[in-house]
Design a protein around this ligand. Structure first.
Ligand SMILES: [Zn+2]
Length: 271
């Protein structure tokens, strides 16, 4: 999520900025770019075949996925604003199986260098927050840290450092192939994050890895509607959700934490 752009807030810092209208975010209803225009402005990571980033911090693996995303965004009608957490939904919930949810293994690349201990500790706290409320279990397999890459099959997902990206961190959804199951953390995540902590950022990213969409896509009033591929897990839209960007008319001014509604939603998906 997040990126430090020109959106001034929280002492000059803001997460993202572009998820609310930037080039990689879903266009507003009045803006209907052509596929060629949309494709041309999509942000591609300069490695591993160039995964395409949408909605600020969500990675798509191919142009086919981008095309499906574009179709969905352009075709969908804004107004699905019923009712804290929403799960990625494409004809069914995008979530982990009953057995996989209890064995969400990951490695943390040694390439984090002097920041690695900070990453290990932040991941321990962030995973604990989800584990404390839903029936999921993350397991850190440090024996793979020396070769913690997108092709490491000893873990479900890898966590690696990047730099110079538009996001502070980005993640994936449960339907991603192994090569796309990465949490990439930009070097900016180890600098000042304003009201946020690295742990807070990871709580948000881990929400995506569990299948949760941005809460602000539940409301057109957020100004950050993305698309209609989601299903509400709670009846109430939660502007303070850990999955809601504060700058999208959110109400969370402190760190990114799981709210009571987030916990209800997480338990609903992983009882
Ligand atoms: Zn996000």
């Amino acid at each position: 999520m997040l990126k430090f752009r020109s959106v001034a807030m929280l002492a000059g810092l803001s997460l993202l900025g572009s998820a609310c209208g930037g080039p990689e975010s879903a266009p507003e209803s009045e803006v209907k770019p052509t596929w060629e225009e949309f494709k041309a402005q999509a942000y591609r990571e300069p490695w591993e075949g160039g995964k395409i980033i949408v909605n600020g911090d969500e990675a798509l693996e191919s142009e086919e996925e981008l095309a499906a995303y574009f179709h969905n965004v352009v075709e969908s009608q804004l107004g699905k604003s019923q009712d804290g957490l929403a799960v990625y939904y494409i004809g069914g919930d995008i979530k982990w199986s009953a057995t996989q949810k209890l064995n969400l293994t990951y490695c943390i690349s040694n390439n984090f260098g002097t920041n690695k201990t900070k990453m290990v500790n932040a991941m321990a706290s962030a995973t604990a927050a989800w584990e404390a409320t839903a029936s999921v279990n993350f397991t850190y397999l440090s024996q793979y840290d020396a070769s913690c890459t997108a092709s490491q099959t000893g873990v479900l997902f890898d966590i690696r450092p990047v730099s110079g990206q538009s996001y502070v961190a980005r993640a994936f959804f449960p339907n991603s192939a192994r090569s796309g199951r990465n949490v990439l953390v930009d070097s900016s995540a180890f600098g000042s994050l304003g009201a946020w902590t690295l742990t807070g950022v990871l709580r948000h990213e881990l929400g995506h890895t569990l299948g949760f969409r941005h809460e602000h896509t539940r409301s057109t009033a957020s100004g950050c509607y993305e698309d209609s591929q989601w299903r509400a897990l709670t009846t109430t839209y939660d502007r303070s959700s850990v999955m809601h960007y504060p700058q999208c008319n959110g109400t969370q001014t402190g760190d990114l934490v799981l709210t009571t509604l987030d916990k209800q939603g997480a338990r609903a998906l992983y009882p």
